[in-house]
Design a protein around this ligand. Structure first.
Ligand code: COI
Length: 361
């Protein structure tokens, strides 16, 4: 599908201090918009970033027929623009589409669209010393029927924004027993917008008590750790001379994070034993009591690898060693950022270079 380009008459970039721009506060000059109607995707266009004209009865607004992805582009020291594992996001968007009765994009379109949009807004990718360009592809229904039924009209939109970091300090997290994020048969393993709104109250209550976010337990037993805020979660355990990493296994309720998968591979590359399995909150308390729990961190596109400092469960606090005394999480993070920014070899072929040449037809 050829993508047409309508350039903004003026860029908003000159004079902007990218180093001081908070997450999702300033958006790049252009966005990509493609429409699905009459059974086909058509007319993708890169146009100036701005409002869309929509009526209030669309099923994205009424029934949450809306899915999204998140990925990043980095600027390497030699100015190459590198996307990180975009094909994984394309695959996950398709899985979300199937789950929400949304048509999938034509083969190859997702990555081509990113490629072309980034060529137009290449200047918005900040230097690696500042951060990255966050890319938000979203696909939602513009069906105007209020009848509850699979929709027939959709928009696929990609917008982007530069950012430094999502979390700036190690996190204190509160284990919630009052709310659940996902349950068997639900949508926890895909990315509908509707996964996020019901979590806001939990986060707000945690903030009110001085925590950065919540740690989610499973929706059946309220006992097994699933995720942490908008991140997958990892624990590092040291038993005698042996160190291992444990993380909840994907059982249909946990988001298969691209950063989760990447971190697992980086840990394997470091020859770190890994257990992907159910982890009860009592096990974490026990490991902490015996001094064997030495690190905890979350992974996500926005969060990269973010260290967790304290976990509160009921009236018990799991206080983890200072980040300066940790080795596994910081090493994995350093390695990840080095690959993402082209500072280290990329043995797994994760980076995708957006060159300034047009894509071959
Ligand atoms: C991401 O990490 O990219 C996410 O999608 C989580 C989020 C900021 C909602």
């Amino acid at each position: 599908m050829p993508i047409s380009v309508e350039r903004a008459s003026q860029s908003r970039l000159p004079g902007l201090d990218l180093a001081s721009v908070p997450f999702s506060s300033v958006f790049s000059d252009h966005m990509l918009v493609a429409e699905y109607a009459d059974g086909a995707w058509k007319d993708p266009v890169i146009q100036p970033y701005g409002p869309l004209s929509l009526v209030p009865n669309i099923s994205a607004l009424q029934y949450g027929v809306s899915i999204f992805e998140g990925l990043k582009a980095h600027r390497a020291a030699d100015d190459r623009i590198l996307l990180f594992r975009p094909y994984e996001n394309a695959r996950r968007l398709n899985r979300s589409s199937s789950r929400l009765s949304i048509p999938s994009l034509p083969d190859g379109f997702f990555v081509n669209a990113l490629h072309e949009l980034l060529q137009v807004d290449e200047a918005w990718v900040p230097p690696a010393s500042i951060g990255a360009l966050y890319i938000r592809p979203c696909l939602f229904s513009t069906d105007e029927s209020v009848r509850v039924k699979p929709a027939e009209r959709f928009l696929f939109v990609i917008f982007t924004f530069p950012f430094g970091s999502y979390y700036s300090t190690p996190l204190d997290v509160l284990v919630t027993e009052k709310y659940v994020r996902a349950f068997p048969g639900g949508t926890g393993d895909v990315k509908p917008a509707g996964n996020y709104a019901p979590c806001l109250v939990a986060d707000q209550e945690a903030h009110d008590l001085g925590f950065a976010t919540v740690m989610w337990l499973d929706g059946v037993h309220h006992r097994y750790i699933e995720e942490c805020g908008v991140m997958n979660v990892f624990f590092v355990v040291q038993q005698g001379n042996n160190t291992k990493v444990i993380t909840p296994d994907l059982g249909g309720t946990i988001l298969p994070g691209v950063t989760r998968d990447t971190t697992l591979q980086l840990l394997r590359d470091m020859e770190m034993p890994i257990e992907e399995r159910r982890i009860a909150i009592d096990e974490v308390l026990g490991l902490h009591a015996s001094g064997e729990l030495i690190e905890c961190f979350g992974t996500g596109t926005a969060a990269t690898i973010s260290h967790i400092r304290r976990i509160r469960y009921r009236d018990q606090d799991v206080l983890l060693p200072p980040v300066e005394d940790r080795t596994i999480g910081p090493r994995a993070r350093e390695r990840l950022v080095a690959i993402m920014t082209g500072h280290a070899p990329d043995p797994h072929g994760w980076t995708y270079e957006v060159c300034s040449q047009p894509l071959a037809a």
